[in-house]
Design a protein. Structure first.
Length: 284
């Protein structure tokens, strides 16, 4: 599906990414988390073909990425800038389908199907400015789904909504992932979110940005905001990812050692620490 090999990028003399290797299998949901300034968004833009990396290559479905691929969709954090305020919700969702060469009736049918899948069937005739922030982001997700991509990239998609709406949108992503089988690569600064959503968590280090560890998530596929977050395995993984992100796991993890899901890539096992109830977010 997706293969990233030796990815590196520099802005002028400042190197932000170095030696990144990543594989994402078909139908998987992989989350990427790391401290501010580790190059998460730059990495995603390179994968999306929105910018050319300084070195390395990105291959999607066997074809090298040179420009934005036809079978890829991106959901950005700032939904207010990605939706056209003069178009109805239905027409916003159907807009990218013109690139597919679809006629008006098929575009409307796909838009209706996608809106129903995100719970916005009755909002098709409204305009974005008539919807709440959470509903607008649902429209952005519906637009990506209507395009029927083989890979969906999500760049901190819930960073601009309140906590309750964020949880609702997390569950929506899990729902559409299960029902439609779309492959998803999601960037987040929220440690809890990376564990709750992912089949695998990729932790980045910074200066320059590189992969510190990859941790498999051994949680049931059916997840619940209350029960899953109380699961000892969730608590253990949350603590492990938090230690890695904050650089508390030791030098071995910083060398790009892949975690085993139990050792944090350093040989030291993380115990099931009590869950505070507060979401872990990456700052600074």
């Amino acid at each position: 599906m997706l293969e990233v090999t030796g990815l590196g990028h520099a802005y002028g003399g400042h190197r932000v990414l170095q030696g990144m290797d990543l594989r994402v299998g078909e139908g998987k949901l992989v989350t990427i988390v790391g401290p501010s300034g580790c190059g998460k968004s730059t990495m995603l833009r390179c994968i999306a073909g929105l910018m050319a990396p300084s070195e390395g290559k990105v291959v999607l479905n066997g074809a090298p990425i040179d420009g934005v691929p036809d079978d890829l969709a991106v959901v950005f954090q700032d939904y207010s800038r990605s939706l056209m305020p003069w178009l109805t919700v239905r027409d916003n969702v159907g807009l990218p389908l013109r690139r597919r060469g679809l006629g008006r009736s098929e575009r409307r049918a796909r838009a209706a199907e996608a809106l129903e899948s995100v719970g916005l069937k009755d909002a098709a005739g409204k305009f974005p400015w008539q919807l709440s922030g959470g509903m607008q982001q649902r429209v952005s997700i519906a637009r990506a789904l209507a395009y029927r991509p083989s890979l969906m990239l999500m760049d901190e998609p819930f960073g601009s909504v309140d906590a309750q709406t964020r949880e609702d949108l997390e569950d929506l992503v899990l729902q559409v992932h299960r029902s439609q089988g779309v492959t998803i690569l999601l960037v987040t600064h929220d440690i809890d979110e990376s564990v709750y959503l992912g089949d695998r968590v990729v932790v980045l280090a910074r200066d320059p940005g590189r992969i510190r560890a990859e941790l498999p998530v051994g949680l049931p596929a059916d997840r619940d905001q209350i029960a899953t977050r109380s699961d000892p395995e969730f608590v253990r993984l949350r603590a492990e990812v938090g230690r890695l992100v904050r650089g508390a796991a030791g030098n071995g993890a910083a060398d790009g050692t892949a975690g085993t899901g139990g050792t944090g890539g350093t040989g030291e096992r993380v115990g099931a620490a009590p869950h505070s109830g507060a979401r872990g977010t990456v700052k600074g």
